[in-house]
Design a protein. Structure first.
Length: 258
């Protein structure tokens, strides 16, 4: 099942590689600026951007550090990203599984991962690998969509994402991420919980090409109960769903020095 899931990831992201480079959600300049401010990178650092996708984080961090390693499971995605970033020096592109990182222990000063962990079959393994490759005192900054703590809303959101995107495994709750960090002695230094507004049309078409499925996903949003509509800020007009919002978690953790 794990290998099959990763094969689906490679297939889907190969087909949609340019959409992720151009995505306004992934290329949000305010988000990327805040990430750099939180990370406080230093010029001598080696930084790993795991599951780099369109390379937005790698590009944002690179001017402030010695070298960025942009890693992704999908060769075609990574090759396309490398072409877009070909003018940037001191950046390496590595085909790598985020749950089996091909790097030495205690190698990186920082690891980043943005809008990707909900695709990972084993997020506990991913967090363990991040901890392993970080130097003592190293920083991990993650941004990802998260599920509400309420079980019913959690199920609604994850079922919706799974129907839109076959590579979606599960968006964890914040409480689940905190437990994983605690298991690896990664200390939360700063966190932010917020809602992110998504334009329905570009969101649904980025990974779901079937018009029948697109309409079914839209109908699920339109027919949701009052509480669900309010929580996800579902906005519609006569032409259908225009926007809705999802929970997003931004967290900075630090690896213990001993």
């Amino acid at each position: 099942m794990k290998n099959e899931q990763k094969r689906r990831v490679q297939e889907t992201f190969s087909k949609n590689k340019e959409a992720y480079v151009q995505s306004t959600t992934h290329n949000n300049p305010d988000d990327l600026k805040l990430l750099v401010e939180w990370l406080q990178p230093e010029q001598h650092w080696r930084v790993l951007d795991a599951a780099t996708g369109g390379g937005h984080v790698a590009k944002a961090v690179q001017p402030f550090v010695h070298r960025v390693y942009a890693a992704d499971l999908t060769k075609e995605m990574l090759q396309n990203t490398a072409a877009h970033l070909s003018s940037i020096a001191d950046m390496a592109f590595i085909i790598a599984d985020a749950e089996e990182l091909p790097f030495l222990d205690d190698y990186f000063d920082a690891v980043t991962c943005r809008i990707a962990p909900h695709h990972f079959p084993e997020p506990d393994t991913f967090v363990s690998e991040v901890s392993r490759v970080l130097k003592p005192g190293g920083r991990f900054l993650m941004i990802d969509n998260t599920a509400p703590e309420d079980d019913q809303l959690d199920h609604f959101y994850n079922a919706l994402e799974k129907r839109r995107d076959p590579t979606h495994v599960r968006a964890l709750k914040v409480s689940e991420w905190e437990a994983l960090f605690n298991d690896q002695s990664l200390i939360v230094k700063k966190h932010l919980k917020r809602q992110k507004t998504l334009p329905f049309s570009s969101w649904v078409t980025r990974t779901q090409s079937c018009p029948v499925e697109q309409r079914a996903i839209e109908q699920a949003l339109l027919s949701a109960d009052t509480n669900t509509k309010a929580y996800f800020s579902i906005t519609s007009s006569d032409s259908g769903v225009e926007h809705f919002s999802v929970d997003e978690y931004m967290v900075l953790v630090e690896k213990g020095s001993c």
